[in-house]
Ligand binder design. Structure first.
Ligand code: C5P
Length: 300
């Protein structure tokens, strides 16, 4: 008996970042869009907790208890008094690792939903979301998918209406960036400046609701982008290459270093992907559309 859950990656179409809070986190207005790049998390009974991973980036994935998938199993088992979870968690990884696309968060949400089904613990949606928030700021969104505005540290979600499909190209970088390091760089760059309260852009929410890629392109923003570029200056070349290839908008995805390019339709996405590949400014290139569904049980 095993359970497989499919979980999407995300891109942040707006990431407004406030000043550092006393707990070290930052208040955000984080507009998430789930996109059709997926990890698949399969859980099956085993003698002890074990994590394995397959895929092009698998060697970069920690297989110990720091992996969010392992933590999800540990938290659910502890809350239900099940003791040490005896489960094998296998991650078929297609989402870039340490890329700013919530790959680790996706595995946390996927493992949680899969263990809940395997163990018959029947956690309510509310409890699942609560555990996700305990695991990390982006994990609740990986569970729900679609499009949502995340406030607080990103974990308080309001579902957003989306009036169509948006076509994206993603350029994977040659190395990862650590999310805490990017937030620290944001703090360093912000020193001595007044940081406004983060608020969602009405123009951006309207563009999403209208399914209008031109209007969305004019409204996308990422306050972490200067920090990501400061730590990884070569990303500017990738952004320029995508713009030159015809992208409507080019931005760093979340804390990076994956760069995201919004295009008008699948044909222009293919053209932008070709231009980015030819530019030699990134490791690999993928196309994906959003919104995509959240964590979904495929087989049990
Ligand atoms: O919540 P999560 O574990 O994904 O966050 C990883 C790190 O990113 C945090 O330790 C913190 O340094 C930074 N972060 C932040 N503000 C947020 C979300 C994350 O400073 N709202």
């Amino acid at each position: 008996m095993s359970v497989t859950v499919r979980v999407p990656a995300k891109v942040n179409v707006q990431l407004a970042v406030g000043a550092a809070r006393p707990d070290g986190f930052h208040d955000l207005a984080n507009v998430f869009l789930a996109v059709g790049l997926h990890d698949e998390v399969t859980v099956s009974p085993a003698d002890e907790l074990r994590v394995t991973c397959a895929g092009p980036d698998a060697h970069q994935v920690p297989l110990d208890r720091t992996n969010l998938a392992a933590r999800a199993a540990l938290v659910l088992a502890e809350r239900r008094g099940l003791g040490e979870p005896a489960v094998h968690i296998h991650i078929a990884k297609d989402i870039p690792v340490a890329g700013g696309m919530a790959g680790g968060s996706a595995d946390g949400a996927g493992a949680l939903l899969a263990c809940d089904a395997l163990w018959g613990t029947h956690a309510s949606r509310e409890e699942l979301l609560d555990i996700c928030a305990e695991l990390g700021s982006d994990v609740p969104f990986s569970l729900v998918g679609g499009a949502a505005l995340g406030t607080g540290r990103g974990e308080k979600l309001r579902a957003l209406e989306v009036g169509g499909s948006f076509h994206w190209v993603f350029a994977m970088a040659g190395r990862g960036l650590s999310t805490p390091a990017v937030f620290r760089e944001f703090d360093r760059l912000a020193e001595g400046r007044d940081i406004p309260e983060p608020v969602a852009s009405e123009a951006l929410l309207d563009a999403l609701a209208d399914g209008d890629p031109g209007a969305l392109a004019a409204a996308v923003s990422n306050d972490l982008q200067p920090a990501a570029l400061s730590l990884f200056p070569e990303l500017a070349d990738t952004l320029a290459a995508g713009r030159a290839a015809g992208a409507l908008a080019a931005l760093v995805s979340g804390s990076g270093p994956t760069t995201a390019f919004l295009t008008r339709d699948p044909e222009s996405a293919a053209k932008v992907a070709e231009g980015l590949t030819a530019s030699g400014t990134c490791r690999s290139v993928r196309t994906a559309a959003g919104p995509a569904a959240g964590a979904t049980v495929l087989s049990a």
